[in-house]
Design a protein around this ligand. Sequence first.
Ligand SMILES: *Cc1c(COP(=O)(O)O)cnc(C)c1O
Length: 379
Amino acid sequence: MEIHISRSAVENNFNLIRKIVGENVRISSVVKANAYGHGIESYVPVARGSGIDHFSVFSYNEALQVYKIVKKSADIMVMGWIDSSQISDAVKKGIEFYIFNIERLEIALSDAKALKKPANIHLEVETGMNRTGFSKKDFKQALKIISDNKKHFKIKGLCSHLAGPESIANHVRVKNQIKFFNTFKSELEKQNLAAEYSHLACSAAAVCYPGSRHNLVRIGIMQYGFWSSREVFLRYLNNKTGYNNPLQRVITWKSEVMSTKTVKTGKFISYGTTYLATEDIKTAVVPVGYSFGYSRSLSNRGRVLINGVRCSVIGLVNMNMITIDVTRAGDVKPGDEVIIIGEQNDMAISVDSFSEITQQINYEILSRLSRDIPRIVVK
Ligand SMILES: *Cc1c(COP(=O)(O)O)cnc(C)c1O
């Protein structure tokens, strides 16, 4: 079983993203959650090869994984969790991190002082997501602290996060956030401070809200070849002829047939009684299960490709195995290729087709792909 990462698809996707956001906007590749399941170790060098020199992660542990690969050749930004005890190491390595409250700012200050090296910080401000970030009042206090300790900080960024730009239902809220963000920018200037970057756009905002791009965008899902939502794709198509999807899926997930069997009519398949053979059928067992990220909710509903034929998962998805009905897939033998996500002949199984069955969004499906599956970079 393996996951293939397509280098040419990554290249294609970044070319498209560059075309959308323009030359003057820096692209940060968001590689949290093990690069959305693609595998940090495999994916980061590929993105680096496409000219990407800025990576965003959620946690400091992820930052260290990226750092091991890129060293000083790219900027690394922690958008979320960094333990207080790790801040000193981040300052030492020049790894950038979000500051979202006064407590964190004080810790960064004392570590920067002790190391005699400025902390590379991004000031996260609260614009309406109501998750993390400085309120206006705390922001003013933070700027005072920074002004009094200028040499201990490099303000790499002023940033915020939008609460759902992938859906028009959130339009008013998102618009207000983008407007409110600019008032924080003015406040910074009023204090004679400047941030190297200001950023609040994720993939959906980068496409749908040009005013949110500023000089850096944080691109996650799109680089992997998926639109944040159908709506975002339609917004992109606006004014274009045809329905060509210019993004290319980067991931292919494949396995092979482990063993085959004939099951007589009237017999149950796998645990329990959820699937009864109503005719003599031929089954193939594939070594993929929920422990690898193949959701149990795909029991009796999932599809895979074998011999270029779309075949059904029958019975419950087990921890490590699924059973497939291959009665109509011709001469299926152990060792035959099984496509779980990807293409075979002219058939395809998309990540979206999973989402339709399981109610999981593609973000969730991808990020749950087990780290144990080997990732292989292909052309
Ligand atoms: C995950 C994340 C992104 C990227 O979002 P996509 O929709 O995948 O582009 C951007 N910013 C923050 C703060 C995030 O957590």
